[in-house]
Design a binder for this molecule. Structure first.
Ligand code: GLY
Ligand code: MN
Ligand code: MN
Length: 407
């Protein structure tokens, strides 16, 4: 389990959920595991947020605010230990004082205990609250709603309530510990970008730069990327979610580098646009400065009480006024945290939220893609750019490439 965030913070998060349920029963599922050898399994991020557990597929947190036994109001349910499976997947603890201390739960049970817990709580409260986001009609019904529908078909009089905003609103406002991890992830990302700056030159393959980038993250202690980096030069830089990262670069082209290391589960999300030759052409610099002006206008609009729509409008106005409105196809940004695209909390921005600000101009006919992205903390009175140490103006980027090439 991840220990960068204290157990007491996870406990405090769960207590907030318990009180936010206002007496209704709720459940948060970790989700099932991935098949072996098919990539790393990641738990549901609401589960991860509430427990820090990353290696317990099949687990759940059961919230029963009105349980007469205070120790049974928040219960961790885990899959049974299976010694034969442990040989393959790793050794797990038996239910014990050690496991309770390690997880910070007063009550840990096996997940076959859920039907009994659920039935008893549903009979007592008749109120079941959905914490997982509702699915769209074309996707499977969310797991807690599916379970509650079965329960209410068996226990008359149960109502199902919508508490889907509860955890995501808690996740929206980052604690000091979370901000520290995001800053660590940004530091690692800054180093990765510097490593790319040291290697970028006409003829170098994007893959080599990709490898330099993630090598730089790893050298700073990041064991996971927040997302697959975008290392797209020339025309590839105009493809918003370019993935191949496997093309020779050419002098005279720009390269969009959209990347983020993760630290203790928290992601950075930074974009810098670099001239492959080390110098922007006049036209590239002109377009770059429009994007930079747009980004500054957006960052200036970040403050408590603002909406992402208002911030988007501030950024878009600059690009539209410059005549490139049709070449800015995406929105200004998103919340950042355990997920690179963290869920959007309800309402306006609040102190402690972290958002990305990432305008761009993409001209496929000219093979020019430009995006600039920073990670911005909402403060009491405005905002702070957490990634301001990463070179950004035309002059800073050119100087940083020249400097990095000397190393
Ligand atoms: N890297 C994806 C994004 O910036 O949203
Ligand atoms: Mn990005
Ligand atoms: Mn982003």
């Amino acid at each position: 389990m991840d220990t960068a965030i204290k157990l007491s913070e996870y406990q405090a998060r769960r207590k907030k959920v318990l009180s936010g349920l206002k007496g209704a029963v709720g459940i948060v599922f970790a989700g099932e595991g991935a098949p072996p050898l098919l990539g790393e399994w990641m738990p549901d991020m609401n589960f991860r947020y509430l427990t820090g557990l990353e290696d317990e597929p099949g687990a759940m947190v059961f919230f029963d605010p009105s349980n007469p036994d205070a120790k049974k109001r928040i219960v961790l349910l885990l899959k049974p230990v299976n010694p034969e499976i442990d040989v393959w997947d790793g050794y797990r603890d038996l239910v014990s004082e050690k496991l309770r201390a390690k997880t910070g739960f007063d009550t840990v049970m096996r997940n076959y205990g859920l039907p009994r817990l659920m039935t008893e709580a549903a009979k007592r409260t008749k109120r079941l609250a959905c914490l997982h986001p509702f699915a769209s009609y074309s996707a499977p019904v969310s797991k807690d709603l599916e379970l509650f529908q079965k329960v209410s078909a068996r226990i008359p009089g149960c109502s199902i309530e919508d508490k889907t905003d509860l955890v995501l609103n808690l996740r929206g406002v980052k604690s000091t510990g979370e901000i520290k991890q995001i800053k660590n992830a940004i530091q690692a990302t800054a180093h990765g970008i510097e490593c790319v700056m040291g290697k970028i030159a006409g003829g170098v393959n994007e893959r080599e730069l990709h490898n330099a980038l993630v090598g730089g993250f790893a050298a700073m202690g990041s064991i996971r990327n927040g997302f697959d980096p975008i290392v797209g030069s020339g025309h590839n830089g105009t493809v918003l979610h370019y993935k191949a990262n496997n093309c020779p670069t050419r002098d005279g082209d720009l390269m969009v580098l959209d990347c983020g290391a993760a630290m203790a589960g928290y992601s950075a999300d930074i974009t810098r646009t670099l001239p492959v030759s080390g110098k922007f052409t006049k036209k590239q610099a002109k377009l770059y400065n429009i994007v930079l002006k747009s980004q500054r206008a957006a960052i200036n609009a970040v403050k408590p009480g603002a909406t992402m729509a208002q911030i988007d409008a501030a950024s878009r106005k600059v690009i539209v006024d410059a005549g490139y409105g049709d070449f800015y196809p995406h929105s200004i940004g998103h919340h950042l945290g355990l997920e690179t695209h963290d869920p959007s909390p309800t309402g306006t921005l609040k102190e402690g939220m972290v958002v990305t600000i990432e305008p761009g101009i993409y001209l496929p006919d000219e093979s020019i893609g430009i995006r600039i992205e920073d990670d911005i903390l909402v403060t009491k009175t405005g905002s702070r750019n957490l990634s301001s140490m990463i070179p950004k103006t035309v002059e800073e980027v050119e100087a940083a490439i020249a400097q990095a090439r000397k190393k």
